[in-house]
Design a protein around this ligand. Structure first.
Ligand SMILES: Nc1nc2c(ncn2[C@@H]2O[C@H](COP(=O)(O)OP(=O)(O)OP(=O)(O)O)[C@@H](O)[C@H]2O)c(=O)[nH]1
Ligand SMILES: [Mg+2]
Length: 224
């Protein structure tokens, strides 16, 4: 029997864009900001979130994406913030239809800000629209200063690039001038921040950016 190969990837992507638009419409109506954190495994996403949630005077919730375990959701819940874990069971990124069904499990009333911590990966998560307002690239000093040009999609589309673990600078050979030059070339309009979740360096600028983004989202909702 002759076999015919059918490419369903286009259809799957198109269906997911429908979910992303549904999420975007719902969040716009409610004035809730959604920020999608994307970075390598161990780049410091959950630690940055823990520190952020302790410093932000906003009502937040977190959707955690990991291949396996609910460890990150447990860390977030320990801060007193509602968090739901999605396990991708091998998948390397989150998709909008999963975010859509997960939002039903979060207390949306009165919420200001939803963070998504995507699966640790610099490649695939950048390709998927989750209905977020901003993707934020999280890259850490120990990963090396050559990463922006090697993984250009994420760095070019991010609303902000956050360089984490800057407290390790004295111990690591990292060309910060090259790093920021490359980021700026890829993404001239994105915000650029350097933070340490250990010392707190740079955290005030990150928190200020989140407040500004939240204010803008609420203003847009009022202007509807
Ligand atoms: N020195 C230093 N270590 C950090 C900093 N932020 C995180 N770490 C450490 O980096 C390691 C990984 O941090 P996580 O926050 O779990 O990283 P993650 O990006 O959430 O990792 P995955 O969820 O597995 O992708 C932990 O040992 C943290 O303590 C920082 O600013 N400075
Ligand atoms: Mg994590």
């Amino acid at each position: 029997m002759a076999r015919k190969k059918i490419d369903i990837s286009q259809a799957v992507m198109a269906a997911d864009l429908g979910y992303a638009q549904k999420i975007r419409d719902m969040l716009k109506e409610r004035g809730i900001l959604m920020v999608n954190l994307i970075g390598s495994p161990g780049s410091g996403k959950t630690t940055l979130l823990e520190r952020t949630l302790a410093g932000l005077d906003l009502k937040c919730a977190v959707i955690e994406g990991d291949v396996a375990t609910d460890r990150d959701a447990l860390r977030i819940r320990a801060t007193g913030t509602p968090s739901v874990q999605i396990n991708t069971n091998g998948g390397c990124h989150l998709e909008a239809n999963w975010i859509d069904s997960t939002l039903e499990k979060l207390p949306l009333d009165g919420l200001d800000l939803i963070f998504i911590e995507n699966v640790g990966n610099l490649v695939c998560p950048a390709e998927f629209d989750l209905g977020e307002d901003y993707k934020v690239a999280i890259s850490s000093l120990p990963e090396g200063s050559d990463k922006p040009l090697k993984y250009p999609l994420l760095f070019s589309e991010a609303g902000a690039v956050v360089l984490t673990k800057v407290d390790l600078k004295p111990y690591i050979d990292f060309d910060e001038v090259l790093y920021w030059d490359d980021v700026t070339r890829l993404n001239p309009h994105g915000r650029r921040l350097r933070v340490s979740s250990v010392t707190g360096e740079g955290m005030q600028f990150w928190l200020k950016l989140l407040y500004d983004w939240c204010d803008a989202k609420k203003q847009a909702a009022k202007g509807e």
